[in-house]
Design a protein around this ligand. Structure first.
Ligand code: HEM
Ligand SMILES: [Ca+2]
Ligand SMILES: [Ca+2]
Length: 299
C-alpha cells in the first residue's frame, strides 16, 4: 500500500480511471456526487475494500441503507478497461478511491495524491451496513463515536461532511424535519431549520412525490466542490439533521465557522481527511484478492 503502487505493473491505471470518470461525469453531472458517497459507504464497512460493490442477496449493496447509492456502472466500466490493459492487477477498492478523488477534482475541489495497493475484500454482508453507517438522526456524539471507531476525529467529521457540497438526496432523507398541515402550511419539527428553506423543500417533495425525487444537497452551488456547505449550515440551511447539528455542538461549530470563511483552509484539510478516510481498514499483501469483476467475488 503506497504511492504509485501500480507504477511498474500498470502505469496508466490512474489515468484510465480518470478518463472513465471524466467522460461519465460529462455525460451525467450527478456522477461525481455518487462516486464520492460510494467511497464513504465502502470505507466505513469492512474498510476501503470494495465490499460495497458486490451484488447479490444479502450483500452490503442489497441493504436498504445502501439502496440510494449510485455510480457502480462507472466503477465497472473503469474496471473493464483496466482488465483489458492490465488483467488481474488493479483492485476495485483502489478504483473506488481514485474515482472519488477524481470526482472531487473535476467539480473544482482540491486534487489529492492517494496511495494505492488496496486489496478487495471477500466479505460483503448486509448486516454489517447499519451498525457502521451514520444515520441522519445521529447526534454529534454518536457521529464522533462512529468516526473515532474508524480512526477519524471530530475535525475529520466536520471536514468530510463538506462532501455534501455536491450531490443530491432523496426526499425521505430529510422529510421528517417538517410536516405539512392539512391547510398546506408547514410545521417545523426540527426548529433548527430555516423556515423558507423548509418551505422550498416541502415544495420540491410534495405529498405523493415519486420515491425517486431528489433535491440538491447544496442548492447554491450544487455541482461545485466548494465551502458553500459550511455557509449553508450557518444560515440554518443544512439539508440533513446531521449537517445542522454540527453548529449546535461546541466541539464542531468553530470548524464550521472557520471553513465557511476559508475555502483554501477547507481544501487543505480536505486533502488530509480524504487520505485518512481512504486508508480506513485497508487490506494489503496477501489479504483479500484482486477481483476480476467489481460486482462479484472471484470464484
Ligand atoms: C457524517 C454523517 C453523514 C450522514 C448522516 C450522511 C447522510 C447522507 C444522506 C442521507 C444522503 C442522501 C442519500 C440519498 O437520499 O440519496 C447523503 C448524500 C451524500 N453524501 Fe453523505 N452523509 C454523511 C457523511 C458523508 C461523508 C463522510 C461523505 C463523503 C466523504 C458523504 C458524501 C455524500 C455525497 C457526495 C452525497 C450525495 C450522493 C449523491 O449525489 O447521490 N457523506 N449523505
Ligand atoms: Ca468496504
Ligand atoms: Ca457546492
Amino acid at each position: 500500500f503506497s504511492f504509485g503502487f501500480y507504477a511498474a505493473t500498470c502505469p496508466a491505471a490512474e489515468l484510465m480511471v480518470r478518463s472513465t470518470v471524466r467522460s461519465a461525469s460529462s455525460v451525467d453531472p450527478t456522477v461525481p456526487g455518487k462516486l464520492l458517497r460510494l467511497l464513504f459507504h465502502d470505507c466505513f464497512v469492512e474498510g476501503c475494500d470494495g465490499s460495497v460493490l458486490v451484488e447479490g442477496n444479502g450483500t452490503e449493496r442489497s441493504d436498504p441503507a445502501n439502496r440510494s447509492l449510485g455510480g457502480f456502472e462507472v466503477i465497472d466500466s473503469a474496471k473493464r478497461t483496466l482488465e483489458i490493459f492490465c488483467p488481474g492487477t488493479v483492485s476495485c477498492a483502489d478504483i473506488v478511491v481514485l474515482a472519488a478523488r477524481d470526482a472531487v477534482e473535476f467539480t473544482g475541489g482540491p486534487s489529492v495524491e492517494v496511495p494505492t495497493g488496496r486489496r478487495d475484500g471477500k466479505i460483503s454482508a448486509a448486516s454489517n451496513v447499519r451498525p457502521n453507517i451514520v444515520d441522519t438522526s445521529f447526534s454529534v456524539d454518536q457521529m464522533m463515536n462512529l468516526f473515532s471507531s474508524k480512526g477519524l476525529s471530530a475535525d475529520d467529521l466536520v471536514i468530510l461532511s463538506g462532501a455534501h457540497t455536491i450531490g443530491s438526496a432523496h426526499c425521505s432523507a430529510f422529510s421528517d424535519r417538517f410536516r405539512r398541515n392539512p391547510n398546506g402550511k408547514l410545521t417545523l419539527i426540527d426548529a433548527s431549520l430555516d423556515g423558507a428553506y423548509a418551505d422550498e423543500l416541502m415544495r420540491r417533495c410534495p405529498a405523493g412525490a415519486a420515491s425517486s425525487a431528489t433535491v440538491e444537497n447544496d442548492p447554491a452551488t450544487a455541482f461545485v466542490f466548494d465551502n458553500q456547505y459550511y455557509r449553508n449550515i450557518l444560515s440554518h440551511k443544512g439539508l440533513f439533521q446531521s449537517d445542522s447539528v454540527l453548529i449546535s455542538d461546541g466541539r464542531t461549530r468553530a470548524q464550521v465557522e472557520s471553513f465557511a470563511k476559508d475555502q483554501i483552509g477547507f481544501f487543505e484539510n480536505w486533502a488530509q481527511s480524504f487520505l485518512k478516510l481512504s486508508s480506513v481498514g485497508v487490506k494489503s499483501g496477501d489479504e483479500g484478492e484482486i477481483r476480476l469483476s467489481c460486482s462479484t467475488n472471484n470464484v
